[in-house]
Design a protein around this ligand. Structure first.
Ligand code: IPD
Ligand code: CA
Ligand code: CA
Length: 264
């Protein structure tokens, strides 16, 4: 049902993306059009999921939190991850949807048990279910087995206007950059994590993310055999504030570099 909702909203986003090129030249620019596309995608996902599970709640980037039955899971939704890419006509963006369980003692939200990251332009559906693996369509995903930093391609998210800490990012970049084969910033965190699960990236770090950016992606990485932590190396159900993810051996090497950079 998550995939169905993502595909339905994705079809519309794909059509809207086709319009963007024409709008680049208009004086107002395409930003109003993009925020409308974003809201319509979210509404489509909301309607689909509400119909399938009427008593589950929602956390959505645009509409915020909608409470459901507190004993039931909730949906965590980013209807358009990679908005800046979309706005600039760059075909790299995704829809991210995850299901998160309430904690047993009623003290908030715990594990993510299912997630989908859908890339409308390539029509790729990355999905994972807890203890049932991570998949790209019907092909099982595994994180890469590279263990040498010198061969590793690492994804990251760079802070931007008023968002994130450039000094911290710069220190981590200076520590990791010289040791690895390359660093990439593609601009859609959910896809960065899905690509890590698929072995395209060997590692990833970013801070100041939101739950809807990371909920599905972190489950994908874990179910693909990878390790996800915050910058102190601790594991949490959803990583939003800080994410460091990689296969086991690269995770410990990257964590050493990152921790050294933040101490210095
Ligand atoms: C953003 C993207 C980007 C990341 C930002 C997010 P949005 O989400 O995931 O890669 O660096 O921190 O806010 O705004 O495009 O949904
Ligand atoms: Ca996002
Ligand atoms: Ca978004």
């Amino acid at each position: 049902m998550m995939e169905r909702a993502a595909r339905k909203a994705g079809g519309r986003l794909r059509r809207d993306f086709g319009e963007i090129e024409h709008l680049q030249v208009s004086r107002k620019g395409p930003s109003d059009f993009v925020s409308k596309a974003d809201r319509i995608a979210e509404r489509t996902i909301y309607d689909e999921l509400l119909h399938a599970r009427p008593d589950w709640g929602f956390v959505m980037e645009e509409a915020g939190t909608i409470e459901g039955d507190p004993t039931k899971p909730r949906w965590v939704v980013d209807p358009l991850d990679g908005t800046s890419n979309f706005l600039h006509g760059i075909p790299h963006f995704a829809i991210s949807i995850a299901a998160q369980e309430p904690k047993l003692d009623g003290s908030g939200w715990g594990e993510v048990t299912a997630g989908v990251v859908y890339q409308p332009i390539t029509d790729e559906t990355f999905w994972a279910e807890k203890s049932r693996g991570a998949w790209l369509h019907d092909g099982r995903l595994r994180v890469s087995s590279r263990s040498r930093l010198s061969e590793a391609l690492i994804g990251t998210g760079i802070p931007y206007g008023g968002h994130g800490d450039f000094g911290e990012w710069g220190r981590i970049f200076a520590a990791i950059g010289p040791q690895v084969a390359g660093i990439r910033r593609y601009g859609a965190a959910s896809l960065d994590l899905a690509w890590l699960a698929a072995g395209r990236f060997d590692g990833f770090w970013e801070s100041d993310l939101a739950d809807w950016d990371t909920a599905a992606g972190c489950l994908l990485v874990r179910e693909a055999g990878g390790f996800v932590s915050d910058y102190r190396g601790r594991s949490q159900p959803i990583h939003a504030k800080q994410v460091l993810a990689a296969n086991d051996s690269l995770h410990s090497r990257l964590h050493k570099l990152l921790a050294g950079a933040l101490k210095a």
